[in-house]
Design a protein around this ligand. Structure first.
Ligand code: PLP
Length: 462
């Protein structure tokens, strides 16, 4: 039997982590001389590391996930009760929490009809791509197989989701990739690619140009984040979304919205797309669905999409021949039911709107104060702060500066994020996504720490 007594010895735990854990998204060379940070406990927006240091987590578990905050006993209890009753059943049969959460979700998503369960955002997107490909075979005689995606957007780490990722450094060295994924231009007005006054419409027209270049009969779907997250917190400009919907309808192209970050209240509505009066055909979600209390993701479709898979019961290929074993874990939907109940009962959507406005105002004030802040953008509790060398040229700060700001904020006890490291011009946006329960004090603590960090790093740069 293993001796687990070292569990109570945090020094030994950190040593085990350093010796044996391969951390996500990490260069491990520094761990030859320093210890990785091991997070031990969380309550509300606060977490504690193995040395006992407290931090205010302004990124919801590092990757915009813990929407309802840490230490929620009611979620833990709901999961426990469900696991004792029935932990798992997969395949063609249902489970009680799976059915209940599907009903709750569809109630929040007018126009949508079906929920397909899996475990991660990448997986949910893969399922959606497979649906599009099968629709191509079933409905379009093998045409309409291409899936469009946008520069700077991110949809996951599997080979197909990397093939549809707009952040090339994520995909570098992992090819070759499957065919049929085609990029369209990003819509970040601060880094405008056109001089049009109606920028939103112009950026959406660029999608139509790609469709016409590729041939409308080759394009089956487009996948888009409602607000791009890791690619720079890009809120699409006015006029963008209605035009995207119009283009999709004109060319019979399925609109797939990736709500992995924006879903479940992050921007002040249940889903990010609901700010824009559009009707998607497919919506994927993960992270905030159960706030990290259990693994769950969903690929949600309209009834019209679902119907394309059931028209011929005698056809051996006439259904979605896909399974996710752990899509049958009941912990996920049990946690998701309680997570959604909390968001509703605690009025968190309203809190996001109020606290999001405060965060936006505080960040606007930081822009007035610090020349390094070129642009501030966001919605609800989801904000980005783009750092530049010089406001006139908008040249991004050199590699390392944004990371220095993140480190200086951490020294002040606040965890903030930054966009991906190695893509020139893309690595300079600070990311903020505190839990939806953030108070005015929390918001001010976050922006005070950024203020101090910008002053410190700015002074070093001069
Ligand atoms: N889609 C978006 C918009 C994301 O930000 C992410 C992860 O950050 C994913 C998909 C992939 O989710 P997962 O890491 O759960 O596979």
């Amino acid at each position: 039997m293993n001796d687990l007594s070292f569990l109570n010895d945090l020094g030994a735990v950190v040593a085990a982590d350093r010796a044996h854990v391969w951390h996500h998204l990490s260069q491990h060379k520094p761990y030859e001389t320093t210890n990785p940070r091991v997070i031990v406990e969380g309550r509300g927006l606060r977490v504690w590391d193995a040395t006992g240091r407290e931090f205010l987590d302004a990124v919801s578990g590092g990757v915009w996930t813990v929407n309802v905050g840490y230490g929620r006993e009611s979620i833990a209890n709901a999961v426990r009760d469900q696991l004792v009753k029935l932990n798992f059943f997969a395949g063609a049969m249902g489970t009680v929490p799976g059915a209940v959460f599907a009903q709750m979700l569809i109630d929040k998503m007018p126009g949508m009809g079906r929920v397909y369960y899996s475990n991660s955002g990448s997986e949910a997107n893969e399922k959606a791509y497979k649906m599009v490909r099968q629709i191509s075979h079933r409905r379009h005689g093998g045409k309409k197989w291409k899936i469009l995606y946008r520069e700077r957007d991110y949809h996951g780490t599997t080979i197909a989701t990397l093939a549809s990722g707009g952040q090339p450094e994520r995909a570098a060295q992992y090819g070759p990739f499957p065919d049929g994924f085609v990029t369209v231009p990003h819509c970040l007005e601060y880094r405008a690619q056109w001089s049009d006054a109606d920028y939103g419409r112009r950026a959406a027209d660029a999608i139509e140009e790609v469709i016409l270049r590729e041939g409308p009969d080759t394009v089956g779907a487009i996948v888009l984040e409602p607000i791009t997250a890791g690619g720079g917190v890009i809120v699409p400009p006015e006029g963008y979304w209605p035009r995207v919907q119009e283009i999709c309808r004109k060319y019979d192209i399925l609109l797939h919205i990736d709500e992995v970050v924006c879903g479940l209240g992050r921007t002040g509505t249940w889903f990010g797309y609901q700010h824009y009066d559009i009707q998607p055909d497919i919506v994927t979600m993960a992270k905030g669905v159960a706030s990290g209390y259990a693994a769950i993701s969903c690929t949600v479709t309209t009834e019209a999409v679902f119907d394309m898979f059931k028209d011929d019961a005698s056809d051996p290929l006439g259904y979605f021949r896909d399974i996710s074993t752990f899509g049958g874990c009941t912990a996920g939907p049990a946690a998701a039911i309680e997570n959604m109940r909390i968001i509703e009962e605690e009025g968190l959507l309203e809190n996001v709107r109020l606290m999001g406005a405060r965060l936006g105002d505080n960040l606007a004030a930081l822009k007035e104060k610090h020349a390094m802040v070129g642009d501030v953008r966001g919605k609800g509790l989801f904000w980005g702060v783009e750092l530049v060398q010089d406001r006139a040229s908008r040249d991004p700060v050199p590699e390392g500066v944004a990371r220095a700001v993140v480190a200086a904020a951490l020294d002040r006890g606040v965890m903030i994020g930054v966009t991906n490291r190695s893509l020139p011009g893309f690595n300079n946006t600070l990311c903020l996504s505190p839990a939806l329960i953030a108070t005015a004090d929390d918001i001010d603590t976050i922006t005070d720490a950024i203020d101090g960090a910008l002053t410190e790093v700015g002074a070093q740069a001069n």
